[in-house]
Write a protein that binds this ligand. Structure first.
Ligand code: SF4
Ligand code: SF4
Ligand code: FES
Length: 231
């Protein structure tokens, strides 16, 4: 089938304003949007820039906005596109470095703020054991690949750059509900401020776009309840 890709273009070294350029691609229904974009790069326009690595929904690097919804280009099939023209744009919220490549530095700075690593006393002689039951409490959050789709889609993140944001909150959830972590209360108190967990107003957009089907909003609300218990 023949599809038109209307793609956001901006090269700050040469362009004063962003613009859209349309490319036509012959694609099979089972191909992914990423396959089409790569074909555009390789066969039509080598100046088009985008990030990708694994091409299998693991690295999280090809997050972009496809027809107005944040998604991984390698997980979006041609057969699931609506209409003959597809709008491809960079992730909202972030500064565009070139075309579909955005500056994720503020995103990873916020992830760092929640200390996304185990905080525990001296290492045991063998491994730190965890029961299957305890592991299930963090099992969904572990799936996060830090693609930032949730942040790009979140209306609050788009309006308030100070909001910690859904993905950093998922990272916090993962450690708060890790039975081996010893900083649970400290971590909860760290999120207890207006631009922390309380800035989330339950739009559920993060949950809808998460390619790993993490219940982001439910996780945020669970942490709100745990913070309340500390009062
Ligand atoms: S549920 Fe919260 S974090 Fe998710 S999109 Fe809505 S406001 Fe943003
Ligand atoms: S919570 Fe989901 S959408 Fe957000 S960064 Fe993690 S995997 Fe991506
Ligand atoms: S390229 Fe790695 S998730 Fe899509």
């Amino acid at each position: 089938m023949r599809i038109q890709f209307k793609i956001f273009r901006f090269d700050p070294e040469h362009d004063t304003e962003p613009y859209y350029k349309t490319y036509t691609v012959e694609a099979d229904e089972g191909e992914r949007v990423l396959d089409c974009l790569n074909r555009i790069r390789w066969e039509q326009d080598g100046t088009l820039s985008l990030r990708m690595s694994c091409a299998h929904g693991v690295c999280g690097s090809d997050a972009m906005r496809i027809d107005g919804r944040c998604a991984l280009a390698c997980r979006k099939l041609v057969r699931d596109l609506e209409g003959d023209e597809v709008l491809i744009e960079p992730l909202p919220t972030f500064t565009v470095l070139k075309d579909l490549v955005v500056d994720l530095t503020p995103f990873f700075e916020k992830v760092d703020m929640v200390r996304p690593y185990l905080i525990a006393s001296d290492p045991p002689e063998k491994e730190r054991l965890q029961s299957h039951e305890d592991n299930l409490k963090m099992e969904e959050a572990i799936r996060c690949i830090l693609c930032a789709c949730c942040v790009g889609q979140c209306p609050v993140s788009n309006e308030n750059e100070k909001f910690l944001g859904p993905a950093p909150l998922v990272q916090a959830f993962r450690r708060i509900f890790d039975s081996r972590d010893e900083a649970r209360e400290e971590r909860l108190r760290q999120l207890d401020y207006p631009d922390g967990v309380w800035a989330c107003v339950n739009h559920f957009e993060c949950t809808r776009v998460c390619p790993k089907e993490i219940p982001v909003t439910r996780s945020i609300n669970t942490m709100k309840r745990e913070i309340k218990k500390l009062e």
